[in-house]
Each structure stands twice: as C-alpha cells, then as structure tokens.
Write a protein that binds this ligand. Structure first.
Ligand code: HEC
Ligand SMILES: [Cu+2]
Length: 337
C-alpha cells in the first residue's frame, strides 16, 4: 500500500510506524495552526486603543493546570507508543530465521544458514527474519526504507535487527552511515556505471553500498538457497550452468564488476580482459604470471600482492566465496582472453 509521502509498507512494522509518524505530524499541524491562530487573534484583540488602559490579568488556576497537564498526558502517550514500537522491533520472535550480515567498504555480505552467501539480501515473505550484523572496518548502517528498519553495523561487536516482509518483490537497501570514499579516483572507461563520476574520473565509496532486498515465496526462497551452493539451473534446458557461465553470474552478483571491467578499461581495479597468463608487476617490485593459483590468491588474500598502479582496496573474499565459486570465476576469467 502506498502512503502519502512514505515508501510502500512492506513489513509488519510499517503500519504501526507510519501511524505514529502521521499522528505526530497532524498533531503538530493542529497545534501549530491553533497556537499561531490564537496568538495572532490576541495580538489583534489586545492592540493599543485610544482611551483603553492596560491592566494586570492575575491568575487563572484552572487554565494553568490544564495547559500543564494536557501536554504531559500527550507526551506520556507518545512515549508509550514509541517505546512499545521500539521493544517490538528489538525483540525478534523465537522462531525467526537467521541471516548473518557482514559489512565492509563497500559491499554487504549476507550469509545464510546453509553456508551460502550473496550481496543482495534474499528473504522469504511472511516469515520473521533476524539479522546479526558486524563490520570489518568502519561503522555502516543497514537501512531498508520499505520495511521501516535501520541498524548500525559497528566494528568490534554484534548488533541485531529483525523484520517480517509482507509482500513479494524487490526493494532498496542502503548504507545509511557515511563510510568513506576510495583513495583517489580512476579514469572512466566505456561501460562504467554512471554513479560516482566527476568529469572523466570516477569514485568508489559509501554510495557503492546500495543494493536490493529480494522477497520470495517460501518455495522460491528454497530454490535460491540451493542456487548459492551450486551453479544455477537454466530453466530452458534444466541443466546446471557451466563453471564459466556461473563465474560470469558471480562477477556481477558478488559485485566484482564495481571495480573490474571485462572490456580492457581500467577501473578501481585492473581489467580482467587478457589477464589470464599475463605477466604481473607488483608494488613491492616482484612479478609473477597470472595463473590459476595467482588469481585464487588475488581473490582470497588480495593485499598479499598489489598490482602496480593500483591501491590495495580490494576486500578479501575468503569466507564469502566457496571453493567451487572461486573455480568458476577463474574459469570465467580464462574465457576473457
Ligand atoms: C573495491 C574494489 C574491488 C572489488 C569489489 C573487487 N576487486 Fe579485485 N582488485 C581490486 C584492486 C584495486 C586490485 C589491484 C590491487 C591488488 O592486486 O590487490 C584488484 C585485483 C584483483 C585481481 C588481480 C588482477 C590482476 O590484474 O593481477 C583479481 C584476480 C581480482 N582482483 C579478482 C576479484 C574478484 C573475483 C572480485 C569479486 C569477487 C573482485 N576482485 C572484487 C579491487 C576490487
Ligand atoms: Cu557503509
């Protein structure tokens, strides 16, 4: 359901949150108009008039008690409603499904109970879902406007949040904490996404943490859980994707494409075109041939060897990508020669 100025109401929290928002909103409108109206009326009524002398007004006990007690009652009511909502949103139902969230500059990693990972958050509809968040570097904040939920991911400890989606579909997920921009900029090249451009240079940073929430029926959700452990099945042929094809899917799904092009253009990271078998020079003066072992190491320990001309900003995918997924990406990179 659309509301006047808020995002669609896609979680069980949304109605209650919006009700309180609009209650405070209209209360403020009524009080503003009422108070300003009365003030203007009195300014006019008690204006200076010839022959009328100002007199002290004295006390009006009933009036004074009324304007003290009624705002107090109103505030107590607002506090009660706010506190009730806060408790509801803090304490997850015991049967909630668990998803582990790891935030890092500049991507989200969602880990599911079966050990699979994704960068887009997938959840089933009409099921409470509990997220446990942590951060590898700075403070991030997971924000899903359509669910009316937001929670910081803080380095050094776990935070939790929960929600229950009420609608199948796709909605936005943001990082609501300014978490930095990449050191320096890189040349814009053909096919780069339009975000973060400045003339012919482009940035990577906080804004790269925009992703999606996909809300599935329970059956589709179970299919998704299967697919993150194994190559997706092509519905046309009923066969699993080849490793090369899976690698290409992972290139986008794991957001390697925010830093690596496949068409020769340099971005934040080197292009993958022609990478396999090429001689690489590193910032420490050493060099190596880009074989399968080198590429595996670049994905799991990216800062062990930093390619000349680039910064060591690539996050490690150790623990995010499973072994067969690393194989698939290597297979895909081989096809780019
Ligand atoms: C935040 C930007 C960023 C993301 C996201 C990223 N990389 Fe990188 N990557 C880099 C940078 C910068 C380098 C070069 C410096 C270095 O060697 O660490 C690099 C280097 C590499 C190399 C070595 C390339 C060469 O030319 O020798 C490989 C392979 C690689 N990345 C694979 C991946 C894969 C696979 C993913 C996605 C799962 C990924 N990267 C995601 C920034 C990124
Ligand atoms: Cu962030």
């Amino acid at each position: 359901m659309e509301t006047m100025q808020l995002p669609p109401q896609w979680s069980t929290f949304a109605r209650q949150t919006d009700w309180l928002f609009y209650f405070i909103y209209w209360l403020s409108v009524v009080l503003f108009v009422g108070i300003i109206g009365v003030a203007l009326y009195f300014v006019w009524k008690y204006r200076r008039q010839p022959g009328v002398k100002a007199e002290p007004t004295g006390h009006a006990t009933v009036l004074e008690i009324t304007w003290t007690v009624s705002p107090l009652a109103l505030l107590a009511f607002l506090f009660h409603m706010g506190f009730r909502g806060y408790i509801d949103m803090t304490v997850a139902p015991a049967d909630a499904m668990e998803i582990r969230v790891r935030a890092k500059k500049w991507a989200w990693d969602f880990e599911y109970p079966n050990g699979g990972h994704s960068n887009v958050l997938h959840v089933p509809v009409n099921r409470p879902v509990r997220l446990t968040l942590s951060s590898e570097d700075v403070i991030h904040s997971l924000y899903i406007p359509a669910f009316r939920v937001k929670k910081d991911a803080v380095p050094g400890y776990y935070t939790t949040m929960w929600f229950e989606a009420t609608q199948v579909g796709e909605t936005d997920l943001f990082c609501a904490e300014y978490c930095g921009a990449a050191v320096g900029t890189t040349e814009v090249s053909e096919g780069d996404p339009p975000v973060g451009r400045e003339g012919n240079r482009r940035h990577v940073g906080h804004f790269s943490m925009i992703t999606k929430v996909r809300i599935h029926t329970m059956a589709d959700y179970n299919t998704f859980l299967e697919s993150i452990l194994r190559p997706p099945v092509d519905p046309a042929t009923g066969r699993e994707a080849t490793p090369e094809k899976w690698g290409e899917i992972l290139y986008r799904a794991q957001q390697c494409n925010t830093c690596h092009s496949t068409d020769g253009g340099a971005m934040t990271g080197p292009t993958w075109r022609g990478l396999f078998g090429r001689q690489r020079q590193f910032t420490d003066g050493t060099s190596a041939t880009a074989d399968a072992n080198y590429i595996r190491q670049s994905i799991l320990q990216p800062n062990s060897k930093v390619v000349q001309g680039f910064n060591g900003v690539m996050p490690s995918f150790a623990g995010t990508l499973r072994d067969n997924q690393v194989d698939a990406i290597i297979a895909y990179i081989r096809t780019l020669n």
